[in-house]
Ligand binder design. Structure first.
Ligand SMILES: *Cc1c(COP(=O)(O)O)cnc(C)c1O
Length: 406
């Protein structure tokens, strides 16, 4: 029998036990982390890392934020869970706050994740009496069967077919293709305001507004998946607000609870009335502990002016990286603190590994794109320490990728 892992176990021991005890759906983990504070995390050997990924655009306030900590522990010691047979003030307050942020006319269904928020939205689209969904090429909406049906990557979808449908994929950012695809059989058009997993792809200006006009013309719902872009990540409460467009459905999750699992489906206007008692449910969704975690996040974003900070620091970061003028860097795209560094060669995974070895957590959503999604609280000094290291990381990564090929 292998020895049981404890909080004191070293990385090698944990990773060995991981392989024997965890279902192999993620591939091998790159590190074992044991502690986090602010914008830093530490591995089991006490090596320190600057977190420029925030647990995949989740930890907007960094690690162990005192306001979230106080809210969660306070709620846990008062009332931890009651089920949706009952209401709690925290849950309703959060729904009111989110509704106000979305423009004041939204009702909310709470979930525990992004994919579940999208399942709720999908069920709402079915209640229109239409079934067809138009999604975008390159789209990522989650891994459960419904969300997977509107996720584009064949590698993710094909082993699990048949999936719900019908779903038609159109080129992202192409308003003409969208107009050609939408007719009176379409229940909804689902779009990420900026495509995250596809490598931080920003659509051309006016695309989201065109999607609004096209869906309105044919009585189809417009649904923005803001699971990655929402809650200040791209510099607005919701990324679509930069374009001044009002959708019918908004789904959120990642940044909402600063690591506490919580998501939500927001339905605006008459769309909120499509669901009826018994049409959907959840045991944990809207749990008061999750709700106060989210309220703490929203409160700190507002109190500390983090939307403005994300815009300012994000723009500076993009300018500084482009100014490096490194031959491997093609462009920096994205908004706020959701940025993709596009490389001229498909060496992003090796560069990401080199960054980790040097104490920077980033990732490679595509072979030629590095993703930066640091906590919204990050300071200019920490960002520039990464920019200064980046040329060396690119060179190391390119060499390592070359060696791996031979
Ligand atoms: C991450 C993500 C999801 C899925 O969220 P999970 O919490 O992993 O289920 C859905 N949509 C988008 C745009 C995402 O980035």
């Amino acid at each position: 029998m292998t020895e049981l892992v404890s909080p004191a176990s070293g990385s090698t021991e944990v990773l060995r036990a991981y392989n024997g005890s965890m279902i192999n759906s993620f591939g091998p983990p790159k590190r074992v982390f044991v502690r986090g504070e602010g914008v830093h995390v530490w591995d089991a050997e006490q090596n320190k890392y600057l977190d420029l990924l925030s647990g995949l655009a989740v930890n907007a306030l960094g690690h162990a934020h005192p306001t979230v900590l106080a809210a969660v522990t306070g709620q846990l010691s008062t009332l931890g869970h009651v089920s949706n047979f009952f209401a709690t003030p925290a849950q309703v307050t959060l729904a009111q706050r989110l509704s106000a942020l979305a423009g004041g006319d939204a009702k909310v269904f709470f979930t525990n994740s992004g994919t579940e928020a999208n399942e709720a939205a999908l069920k709402i689209t079915r209640l229109t009496g239409r079934a067809k969904i138009i999604a975008a090429e390159g789209a990522f909406h989650g891994r459960t069967m419904g969300a997977l049906s509107i996720t584009h990557k064949p590698k993710y979808r094909e082993p699990f077919e048949p999936l719900p449908g019908p779903v038609e994929f159109v080129p992202y950012g192409d308003a003409e293709a969208l107009a050609a695809a939408v007719d009176e059989t379409v229940a909804a058009v689902v779009l990420e305001p900026i495509q995250g997993e596809n490598g931080i792809v920003v659509p051309p200006p006016g695309y989201l507004a065109a999607a609004r006009a096209i869906t309105a013309e044919h009585g189809a719902l417009l649904w923005f998946d803001e699971v990655q872009t929402g809650l200040g990540r791209a510099g607005e409460w919701f990324a679509h607000q930069a374009e001044d467009v009002v959708p019918d459905l908004i789904t959120i999750a990642k940044g909402l609870g600063n690591g506490f699992p919580v998501g939500a489906c927001l339905a605006l206007g008459a769309t909120a009335d499509l669901m009826y008692p018994g049409s959907h449910g959840t045991t944990f969704g809207g749990n008061p502990v999750a709700a106060v975690a989210a309220l703490a996040v929203l409160g700190v974003i507002e109190r500390d002016g983090l939307l403005d900070r994300a815009r300012r620091n994000g723009d500076q970061l993009a300018r500084d990286i482009e100014t490096l003028d490194h031959p491997l860097i093609a462009e920096v795209r994205g908004r706020g603190l959701l940025r993709g560094v596009v490389l001229t060669e498909p060496v992003a995974p090796a560069v990401s590994d080199a960054a980790l070895d040097a104490g920077f957590i980033i990732n490679a959503p595509r072979p030629n794109v590095l993703r930066l999604a640091p906590p919204l609280i990050i300071g200019a000094d920490d960002l520039s320490s990464f920019v200064q290291a980046l040329p060396g990381l690119l060179d190391t990564g390119r060499v390592a990728a070359g060696e791996a090929r031979v």
